[in-house]
Design a protein around this ligand. Structure first.
Ligand code: ZN
Length: 309
């Protein structure tokens, strides 16, 4: 069985101001990486446009419609201190959602083992009705709810190893006993949430914060002792990964010290749990990662591990 890589050229069209870390070059770096021969066994498809109805699995329709109305005819508008909508942002936003939804459909159809969606903008900071932190719609949350609604998944585990806490995902699933949200992230750091004692109304939020300077040893320990046992007990029907690669040691936005092998390691561990509980179903979605070489090499190690399924 194969790994599906979903992306789309429109990901280059979401324009952010000069010097902004969340930039089109991130996708160019991934395209170059995945162009190498070692990825020739990947199945590749365009990330399709989502229906606006898919967005409403995690956000109110009024929020989605208002965001669409704010997209400017030219130039850009700021929706939060560091989050910008440009004239051509809507298509990549909806293809990032659509790729996530389509990846879920394909793994439940059993046509592929797992999938990686290399799209931008990212999603894990988008709360129920608030865009922030480069994010508009919460792709991972939508993927989880879609798996439940369309494919009858009872429990979904979302695992977030982006260096920033996924406050949006935590917000959306705070009171939901059917979705386990677990995260490693540097703390203190933007957005400020993600303390260990934030466990959710249904005790399905699992935060394992790391400290500035921590590396692979502490990262693996957090997974081994906290996150992996919780996922195992939860017995998910699907694992969705919020795959940010900004915990890499070269990333300019944070100060953890992960290397490519750490991302490969955690990917393998999550695949083992997916094999045990979820017929191997893993859907991984690009979040952050702002050092272009670190991003490409880390995402490469992640995808090459997915390809071993
Ligand atoms: Zn991040």
């Amino acid at each position: 069985m194969t790994t599906l890589l979903l992306t789309h050229p429109s990901a280059l069209n979401h324009a952010t101001p000069l010097g902004h870390p969340e930039r089109a070059d991130r996708i160019r770096a991934l395209n170059e990486e995945f162009g190498h021969e070692k990825y020739s066994m990947l199945a590749r498809e365009d990330a399709p446009m989502a229906e606006l109805g898919a967005v409403t699995l995690a956000h109110p329709m009024e929020y989605a419609e208002k965001l669409r109305e704010v997209v400017p005819d030219e130039g850009a508008v700021r929706v939060d201190a560091d989050t910008v909508l440009s004239a051509k942002s809507w298509e990549p936003i909806m293809r990032a959602v659509g790729g996530a939804v389509y990846a879920v459909d394909e793994v439940f159809a059993g046509k592929i083992s797992n999938a990686f969606v290399a799209m931008r903008p990212p999603g894990h900071h988008a709360e129920t009705a608030t865009p922030m932190g480069f994010c508009f719609f919460n792709n991972a949350a939508i993927a989880a709810r879609h798996a439940q609604k369309k494919h009858g998944a009872e429990r979904v585990a979302i695992v977030d190893f982006d260096v920033h806490h996924g406050n949006g995902t935590q917000d959306i699933f705070w009171s939901d006993p059917t979705v386990l949200y677990s995260s490693t992230h540097q703390m203190p750091l933007y957005p400020g949430t993600g303390a260990r004692n934030e466990t959710g109304a249904a005790n399905t939020i699992v935060n394992a914060p790391l400290s500035s300077g921590d590396g692979g040893t502490q990262f693996r320990e957090a997974f081994e002792s906290v996150i992996l046992p919780r996922i195992n007990n939860f017995q998910p029907d699907l694992i969705v990964i919020s795959a940010g690669f900004d915990a890499h040691r070269n990333d300019p936005l944070a100060s953890l010290n992960l290397v490519e092998d750490d991302f490969a390691w955690v990917t393998g561990k999550l695949m083992d749990l997916a094999d045990k509980h979820a017929k191997g179903r893993v859907v991984s979605l690009l979040e952050g990662g702002y050092d272009l070489e670190g991003l490409a090499r880390s995402a490469g190690a992640h995808v090459r591990t997915l390809m071993r399924a």
